[in-house]
Every structure is written in structure tokens, then in C-alpha cells.
Design a protein. Sequence first.
Length: 305
Amino acid sequence: MNRTLTVGLDGSPESLAAADWAAREAVTRDLPLHLVSASDWQMPAYAPTGALGAPTPPRDLRRAYAQRLLDEARTRIARRHPGLRIIEEEIPGLPVPALLRAAEETELLVLGSRGCGRVTGFLLGSVSLSVLAGSERPVVLVRAPGPDEADRPADEPAGDRPAADHRDVVLGLDLYEPCDAVIGFAFDEASRNAARLRVVHGWALPPYYYGGTLMPDLNDDMATRVRREVAEVLRPWRERFPALEVTTRITVGGAGHHLVDASHDAALVVVGRRIRRTAMGTHIGPVTQALLHHAAAPVAVVPHD
């Protein structure tokens, strides 16, 4: 695996925001930034019937368009980060398999997420979702700039924050399947960016009711046990990162909406995804699905066995 940080470009505002985020992350990690664009096109499944017969642009025009995207992004990023090493590559193949191959050769893949209909936060599209579901390397999805960012000067990256504003990294912790890759990614990211780490874990209330009244003693015992188990999972990581400020939030119910709430003042939200090597469908889990639809911050999805 090459020690690079890779971003996929398609010319959309979302992919430009992803390139800006990836460039800042590459500087922080002291890694070269690898700009890639897939030049082969695919007619979207939702295209009108009449569009299915529309001719695909010739190969040379598609390659020229991909190269122009790469050149423009390189110029834009080099102006803002003059010391950053930038590699650009037009990669063959359709976008999903091409990006999945690129993900295998990088430490981190960054994508803008777009689609045919806007929802709060991300624009989920088939390419980003398919790459996310199929990648066995960490993927970060970066939202498009909001309306308050639309009027920024041309030389100021969308979504940039003042250097002194070190926002928190948020980790969605799965206590039942804690994974070192996911936890380590969040601790390392928070430590590298001089930010706090906020850990969020959601647990379910026990279904012990008598006449509609929950048994309070049992509930308190379970809450105490959950807090103790969370502390035990995090203990070796706190010892490994002693200078990092870590806070925990133990919530009742699913963690999805709590992570969405936390994303509004976060620099990054980190969640895990169990790798499922199946031929059909996307498998990203309900918490991650909710987060991708509504998060206000970039979301890092770390796959694990």
C-alpha cells in the first residue's frame, strides 16, 4: 500500500469540498495527496427513457475532461498548500470499481457525496454509497458547502475553519463489537489535530416492565455496568494518548440521532462498518445510514472484520 491520501474528483461541488478537506488532512498527516478521476462514464439508472439512447462522449473527450478536473484541482490546492506534494491520475474504468481499486492503494479515500435529490447534510449518490459499502479501507465522505459558505472568497477553501478553532472528533462506539481499527482511527485523528475526543455510545433499555413501570434498580445497575464497560474498552487508548482530552456520553436508545446532534459542532465523526463480502446490496448499517443522511460534519467510515 502506498502512503498517500486519495481523493476522487468528478467536478461536482461535493468533490471540490472533498479535495479541500483531503488536502488539509494530507498536510496534517504529512502524506502526498493523490487526485484521481475516472474517465469512463455510466448512464445513471434514474435517467429518463429518452436519455438511454443518448451517445456517450468519445473516449478522448472524456479523458480530456478528467484531465481538466485534475489540473484545476491541482492548481487550486497548490495555491493554498504550496508545500504539499500532489499526484494526479486519470484512472481507467467505471467510477465504482476504479475508486475501489484506488482505495486499496491508499491510507484514506476521501469522496464528496452527491445524488439526484438533496437531503439534510449529505447528498447520497450511488457511486459514493457503493464505494463506501465495498471498500476495505477507511473512507471519508465530505458534504457540499452550505449556503453560508457559498460566498467565500475564491482563495478560501469551502468549509475551512480558523486554525485556532480545533473542533472535536466524535467517535460512535459499538460496545458490543469494539474494534481497535475504529477506536484507533478516532484517537489518532483527535490527537493529530489537537482536538478533544467525544465518545458516544447508545444502549437499549431492558424490557422489564410491570404494569407499565420500568424497574428502576435494574435500570440503574445496567447503566452502571455500561459505563464501566465503556471505560474498560477506552482504558488502553487513554493510556496510549495521555495528553488527549476524552469525554464520554452514554445515551439510552440508538446512537444515530445523538451522533447527528454531535456532528453540528464537530470536525469529524468516526464510525465503524463491518465488512460483508456479498455480491449484492450495500451494507453500511442503520446508524451509519442515518449519520450519512443528516450529519453536518465529514464522516469517516472505518471497515473492520
